[in-house]
Design a protein around this ligand. Structure first.
Ligand SMILES: C[S@@+](CC[C@H](N)C(=O)[O-])C[C@H]1O[C@@H](n2cnc3c(N)ncnc32)[C@H](O)[C@@H]1O
Length: 283
């Protein structure tokens, strides 16, 4: 409900309790009521008559309509803030906390496909809530880590989640896009990305950027919960559309990895979960 409608209701409630409205309040109520009628009119509600003359059915209809509008507004805000493409605000923060949990098994399985060196310098692209970096720090005990994410909310969440790693000087986190990473050529031994490639703006050129910052002999691992295959459920397909996600099939993954210049391309799939981890080496 918007502020004006709230105020109007407040004044009406006051009257309903038998209290007298001041002259200013009466004028305000009249104006608010006129505004409310206009709002209904723009919603194409139909025949206009003073609200006082509404039948019970019409009153219920108006109440339902305004509650629906309010719900739609709230839902839109949650969807925008909690959009996995770029989490923002409170809803985004809550979603990152959920993803830290829900992506745990996928991340664990994906990372187990790669042989890490004891002292690897590892980059996580689209680090979200930061749980993958925490996992990496346990897998690569003498390693050093960098996380990037173009969403400020994700960068803050990752820093908060991994405060001790940052204090120990083992982790740096940057607000940056995969399309233009603030690193020299051949910086990292390993680069991973979990549930993020779906949203990269230009996959072919972003992969070139990944290739650029990877050391010779280094490995890139892309982990995703879904890939394009015949038996994806309608619900998953709807979400892919809703969030405008990239959804490659196995051949397309191999094609892009090859075009980028990767060799020893490995496709790991976990059939029942339909998870995928695609690995490439910079020879
Ligand atoms: C679905 S979340 C996954 C987060 C985390 N990797 C996980 O598995 O829980 C996708 C993340 O990728 C980030 N992202 C999307 N496009 C990006 C881009 N172009 N550059 C950097 N990060 C990006 C989003 O901001 C978001 O934090």
């Amino acid at each position: 409900m918007d502020q004006k409608t709230k105020k109007l209701q407040k004044l009406k409630q006051k009257q309903a309790k038998g209290k007298t409205l001041s002259k200013e309040e009466r004028t305000e109520k009249k104006k608010l009521h006129a505004d409310f009628k206009k709002k209904i009119e723009t919603l194409n509600f139909g025949n206009l008559k003073p609200e006082e003359d509404y039948t019970d059915e019409e009153k219920q209809h108006v109440a339902a309509l305004s509650s629906k509008l309010e719900q739609e507004y709230t839902q839109k805000k949650v969807t925008e803030e909690g959009h996995p493409n770029c989490p923002t605000g409170q809803a985004g923060k809550a979603m990152l906390t959920r993803m830290n949990e829900s992506h745990g098994p996928l991340t664990q399985w994906g990372l187990s496909q790669l042989d890490f060196g004891r002292k690897d310098h590892v980059l996580d692209i689209g680090c979200g809530g930061g749980a993958c970096l925490a996992r990496l720090s346990k897998l690569v005990q003498s390693g050093t880590f960098v996380g990037i994410d173009y969403a400020k909310t994700s960068v803050e969440a990752t820093k908060q989640f991994n405060q001790s790693l940052i204090e120990e000087g083992k982790l740096q986190v940057y607000e940056a896009s995969v399309s233009e990473m603030p690193f020299d050529n051949e910086t990292f031994d390993k680069i991973v990305t979990v549930e993020s490639y779906y949203f990269w703006p230009d996959f072919e050129s972003d992969m070139q950027e990944v290739f650029r910052v990877l050391k010779k002999g280094g490995h890139f691992l892309l982990i995703a919960e879904i890939y394009n295959q015949a038996d994806l459920s309608n619900e998953v397909r709807e979400n892919i559309q809703k969030y405008k996600m990239r959804n490659l099939n196995l051949d397309q993954f191999v094609e892009v990895f090859e075009q980028t210049g990767f060799s020893d391309i490995g496709l790991h799939v976990k059939p029942h979960q339909r998870w995928i981890a695609v690995e490439g080496v910079k020879a």
